[in-house]
Design a protein around this ligand. Structure first.
Ligand code: UD1
Length: 345
């Protein structure tokens, strides 16, 4: 019997790549999204890549309890991957209530409906932001979380806690929930087909979309925020993880849940490469790989940025059997191919 996975926020950047990998791994996938931060471009791309025209799609608002309940009662769902959330750090500082309301209510509704309708497996998309500015790098899953520096980061921590509490409370009951928290480092790139990728609205907050938009001429100049950090070249260090590699981690995690291979009722995995790359190195690689010159300048530090963070992905490598495979060069070539596809080039 084929298993069915619900992907909330499945029309977005990460959700669309995860949908492709799940379908290619043989799962039936239901995509649900309120389309608040995307259009149908990526969902259409998913259909083209997989050759599957009939992927069930529901336009629902996960903050509306009734809509979520109906989705779970009308469909037999074996596992849910929850992405549907707001994700802009700066915006969350300006509009905390909007962020708490959306990110918490949508997850609470999913948990309640899953538990009530026999869906026992919940995967939550968390972030390395929960580690804050770590005392030691690389970070393992046991590295203590630091107080969140933004409402966005706080919603990730709170949802992690909510899932852990729910797993404990439902153990042995009919509504039992098992959980996996995936802590993503910096997801970048696009599908090698260039049919799906990141579609930021307005001015991008994240580095790679800003780079590709500058290269295509949509933005005049990239500002590198800070070159006086205590790092080898003075710019921040991050763990940039290819979006397809990241998506594949979800297939391993879902398989682990559905095949009862979990070693604890709620597991946590870092999803990263384990290799730190500086902002300047990333920019230089982008130029070299794609054979172009990027207009960039050094600018003051951005408030809230941590100096250096990268993953120790050993647990995901050993325990889940997942490993990041694509090089930063391949990933940056894919990101550029996607930007050109968007521009019709
Ligand atoms: C941010 C969020 C993280 C979230 C992730 C999603 C925080 C502090 N950060 O990570 O939670 O999961 O986005 O992808 O919560 N940079 C520039 N110029 C730019 C843009 C970025 O120099 O125009 C630099 C930043 O200073 C940083 C690096 O590039 O050093 C990466 O930035 P970004 O892509 O925004 O990701 P993070 O801040 O690491």
């Amino acid at each position: 019997m084929k298993k069915t996975v619900l992907v909330s926020g499945g029309a977005g950047f990460i959700g669309s790549h995860v949908t492709v990998e799940l379908i290619e791994a043989g799962y039936d996938v239901i995509v649900a999204d309120n389309m608040s931060n995307c259009d149908m471009t990526c969902f259409e791309g998913v259909k083209k890549i997989t050759g599957k025209e009939d992927i069930p799609f529901f336009k629902i608002d996960f903050c509306k309890e009734e809509e979520v309940r109906k989705l779970f009662s009308d469909n037999k769902i074996d596992a849910v991957i929850h992405f549907a959330a707001f994700k802009a750090v700066g915006e969350s500082v300006a509009k905390p209530v909007m962020y708490y309301k959306n990110n918490l209510n949508s997850f609470l509704n999913v948990l309640e409906a899953a538990s009530a309708h026999g869906c026992h497996n919940v995967l939550f998309s968390s972030s390395a932001t929960v580690y804050g500015e770590p005392d030691k790098v690389p970070v393992t899953e046991n590295t203590p979380r630091k107080p969140a520096t933004s409402p966005y980061g706080n919603t990730k921590q709170m949802c992690e806690d909510i899932l852990q509490d729910t797993v404990k409370a439902t153990k042995g009951t009919d509504g039992e929930i098992k959980g996996i928290l995936l802590r993503y480092f910096n997801p970048i790139g696009a599908h090698p087909s260039a049919l799906i990728g990141e579609l930021p609205r307005g001015v991008p907050n994240n580095l790679v979309p800003f780079i590709t938009q500058t290269a295509i001429g949509k933005r005049e100049c990239l500002s590198i925020f800070g070159n006086d950090y205590p790092t080898p070249d003075g710019t921040c260090l991050r763990d940039y993880i290819d979006i397809v590699d990241l998506a594949k981690a979800h297939v391993f995690a879902v398989g682990r849940m559905l095949e009862n291979k979990m070693k604890a009722d709620c597991e946590i995995f870092n999803i990263g490469t384990g290799k730190p790359v500086s902002v300047l190195e990333l920019v230089n690689s982008f130029e070299r790989v794609n054979g172009l010159k990027l207009n960039y300048k050094f600018a003051p530090r951005r408030a809230g940025d941590v100096t250096a963070i990268w993953a120790d992905p050993t647990l995901a490598n050993k325990e889940m059997g997942w490993k990041a495979e694509r090089s930063v060069d391949e990933t940056l070539a894919a990101a550029w191919a996607w930007e050109k596809h968007l521009a019709g080039k």
